[in-house]
Design a protein around this ligand. Sequence first.
Ligand code: GDP
Ligand code: MG
Length: 171
Amino acid sequence: MISLSKKVCLLGDFAVGKTSLVRRFVYNLFEDKYFSTIGVKVSRKVVAVPRGDEIIELTLMLWDLAGSEEFDDVRISYMRGATGAVAVCDLTRPETLASLHDYAQTLRRVSPQAQLILAANKVDLADQAGASAEQVRELAAQLAAPYYLTSAKNGAQVETLFRHLGRLLVA
Ligand code: GDP
Ligand code: MG
């Protein structure tokens, strides 16, 4: 069995659901209250990912930064060495989609080889959605990244998204 370990960064504006997506994926839990992450939290999850005829034991080191998203120099050192990133936006706040251009640009400058995937989160709040699936599809096309409409609350597409990223990371 081949074992690999990869650094994955969570990117996106404050309160889009970065911490919640990690918590859902790693612990299968959701918390309604908002706890601002302090500093960087690194969570670890091992997944079995197919590569051709073999199975790779992939350790995802999920880096979740908070508080200082706005400071470019912090963002840059946070992204250094990342081989993958999940760019998260909040479907109820269209401005969080627009921000992802910036995050993606910084990522491609700092870690040009990193695989990027998009999570358009809070799809369970579809009735309050300010952004349409079509807008997300366009954004994903512009960023040349696969995307999923996720919910950290009910778990929709969360596992699927991280597994897709896992396959990209071992390819
Ligand atoms: P972060 O700042 O990006 O890490 O955002 P958090 O993960 O802390 O989430 C911000 C707020 O949105 C919290 O109150 C979460 O409970 C809530 N939240 C996160 N993901 C979802 C989701 O998929 N659906 C709903 N309804 N709320 C969510
Ligand atoms: Mg957070």
